[in-house]
Design a protein around this ligand. Structure first.
Ligand SMILES: [Ca+2]
Ligand SMILES: [Ca+2]
Ligand SMILES: [Ca+2]
Length: 621
């Protein structure tokens, strides 16, 4: 059952949200907000509060905004602040893309749906503020002084509206949590420029750009006269009959990536741009999934701070050659908001309960990334802290004492750990671009529904790229965009091998060029084969002529390119020392041969002493 208050819910929620009978104006809060000349008072035409006194509401609201200076610089947008209050306390897991300023709410008029101490959704209403930023593009400034945060039309979204009623920013992909004292933190909310803002800037192409982050801190106040407090509601969680107790990790773990919602340029250095997505996931298995923030302690079932690891990548197909363009490093998941859960599921922020969904916005994914090399994806482990041995350093924890963060990466170059592509790479006429993401989850029974991809279409305005989403999200390996596994032919083959040590995949095509020549393309992906791959051998006929051999690993470093050799009826590429094909990455091999294709096995050599892997594909023999 989906616990959506708007559709009616039984039990505790019914007691919290008795039938709505009275509609009344909310009183100003704090009282001094009504002092003469305040922006809120100047906005005399504002509608009265249409939130019922019998609904759970937010009080003492402070909203904090930050804009991504890297993005603003790129867009030619400047920000000035007026009327900020002193810096407000923030949730410990808040991620800020730039300097943040806080603004006190001047009215309290927002109804929320809280069930068992867990925020389900924002129902209706608006919060006005004193002060706000002015966002200017060139000489065209848009003042948000006296701005309102209104409940948006989509679940868990906000409209940021100027004092004159213009909707200039959309807030979505919120993280949120109610603490034991009844304080609600809404944070890591992506702020996207609306068409109205872009038009006011005289730059309509900037509509849809994620430019900042919003957080909101408020007291959750239960209906007047209600005996229950938010504290009581939180305590109810522990006693409530649960579909699966939060400490119960039995069952099959299966997380699915369900959406790549947005793909954004989030920085530039020279001719290279940073590209970052938002992502949404869902627990589709029968087990709770550990979602512990890094360095938060040791917890069951693994006795570490276990959490998923998100990576993303960009591929391009040009002239029938499908190859990687770039990869991100690892975003360590740190909190699950657990929305749309199955009834009775565990909903604490450190466990993804049954049926629950979670989101990570562009702003959240854009910073605080760590190397892939610390992760063994098939094992699902992260080398740090006390794993595999006490005192293991890691990117975030470089010096003793260990098991606490001493490096947040904030002094790193804009390109470090990010998915990077150059202007030239994004500008190839006739190319097809594919954006992929994957949540690595320990003990996930199906990694291929944890990953997915969309075709994107890059377009450039000045120095800014935007990425239209050209196809619906599709679960599975991005190599399926090259050779559809459901539409294979004798000359287009896509094979995934699931080994005890992890999975590898080869998608390959053999195209008749005429005149007895055939173009072969192989995309070899190491999904989560923990030993890594050090070589590939393709059987070829002794009399077959090989021309134009090419290797593409998506980087600009030729010293790590695999070296080609031919002998013993094989065409082989081998990784120089230290350049094995690591997890979540692919190489593309291509050549023109004098032979039509037949089916046979490529031989992949692990980088450890383990047995070779044989993957069926097309061969020139
Ligand atoms: Ca899965
Ligand atoms: Ca440390
Ligand atoms: Ca290379």
């Amino acid at each position: 059952m989906i616990t959506d208050f708007k559709q009616g819910i039984p039990g505790l929620a019914a007691t919290l949200f008795a039938s709505v009978t009275a509609i009344s104006a909310c009183s100003p809060n704090p009282p001094e907000a009504a002092s003469n000349g305040s922006p809120a008072e100047a906005r005399s035409s504002a509608p009265s509060c249409e939130v019922s006194e019998q609904q759970t509401q937010l009080a003492d609201v402070v909203t904090t905004l930050a804009f991504n200076s890297r993005v603003l610089n790129e867009l030619g947008v400047t920000v000035e602040w007026t009327g900020a209050t002193k810096a407000a306390a923030q949730h410990a897991l808040s991620i800020w893309p730039g300097p943040a300023k806080s603004f006190a709410g001047t009215s309290a008029c927002m109804a929320v749906d809280v069930i068992d101490g867990h925020l389900e959704d924002f129902l209706s209403g608006r919060i006005a503020h004193r002060g706000g930023p002015t966002l200017a593009h060139g000489k065209l400034g848009v003042s948000l002084a006296g701005f309102e945060v209104r409940v948006g039309s989509e679940p868990r979204t906000f409209d940021i509206v100027t004092a004159s009623g213009e909707r200039v920013l959309l807030g979505n992909l919120a993280h949120y949590q109610i603490d034991a004292t009844g304080m609600l933190d809404v944070f890591n909310v992506d702020l996207t420029a609306t068409p109205a803002l872009a038009a006011r800037w005289g730059a309509p192409q900037l509509a849809g750009t994620v430019i900042g982050t919003l957080a909101l801190r408020a007291k959750v106040t239960l209906p007047r006269g209600g005996a229950k407090s938010a504290r009581a509601a939180v305590e109810k969680t522990a006693a409530a009959p649960a579909l699966k107790d939060c400490n119960d990790f039995s069952g099959d773990i299966d997380v699915a990536l369900t959406r790549i919602g947005s793909v954004q340029q989030q920085g530039r250095l020279g001719d290279k741009v940073v590209i970052t997505p938002s992502a949404t996931l869902k627990n589709v298995g029968t087990a709770n999934v550990p979602w512990q923030a890094q360095f938060s302690g040791s917890f069951p079932p693994y006795n570490v701070d276990q959490h998923p690891f998100l990576v993303w990548s960009l591929f391009r197909e040009v002239g029938g050659v499908f190859a990687p363009l770039g990869y991100s490093d690892v975003k360590h998941a740190f909190l699950t908001i657990n929305n749309n859960c199955a009834a009775g599921s565990c909903r604490i922020g450190s466990v993804l309960g049954l049926g629950c969904e979670d989101v990570y916005g562009v702003g959240t994914n854009g910073t605080h990334l760590a190397p892939r090399s610390e992760i063994l994806p098939h094992a699902g482990t992260w080398a740090h802290c006390n794993f595999p041995t006490p005192g293991t350093p890691s990117h975030f924890d470089q010096v003793a004492p260990f098991c606490s963060e001493d490096n947040d990466g904030s002094n790193e170059d804009v390109l470090v750990h990010r998915l990077v592509a150059s202007d030239a790479e994004l500008s190839v006429a006739g190319a097809n671009y594919y954006f992929a993401a994957w949540y690595v989850v320990r003990d996930d029974i199906n990694i291929f529904n944890s990953m997915g991809w969309r075709k994107i279409v890059p377009s450039r305005n000045g120095t800014t790229w935007s990425f239209a989403l050209a196809t619906a999200f599709r679960a599975g390996s991005v190599l399926d965009a090259f050779v559809d596994p459901a539409a294979q032919t004798p000359t287009r083959v896509n094979t995934t091998l699931k080994d005890a040590k992890g999975s590898v995949q080869i998608a390959a095509t053999a195209t008749d060029l005429g005149n007895g020549k055939f173009s072969y393309v192989y995309v070899v992906m190491n999904h989560d084969f923990d030993p890594n791959l050090g070589a590939i051998a393709l059987p070829v006929g002794a009399n077959v002529t090989i021309e134009q051999p090419a290797f593409n690993d998506g980087d600009e470093d030729s010293t790590n390119d695999w070296t080609l050799s031919r002998g013993d009826g094989e065409l082989s590429w081998a990784a120089p020392k230290g350049t094995a094909l690591t997890w979540g990455k692919a190489i593309t091999l291509s050549f023109v041969a004098s032979s039509a294709s037949s089916r046979g096995n490529a031989r992949l050599t692990p980088s450890d002493s383990g047995a070779a892997l044989f993957v069926e594909t097309v061969l020139a023999q």
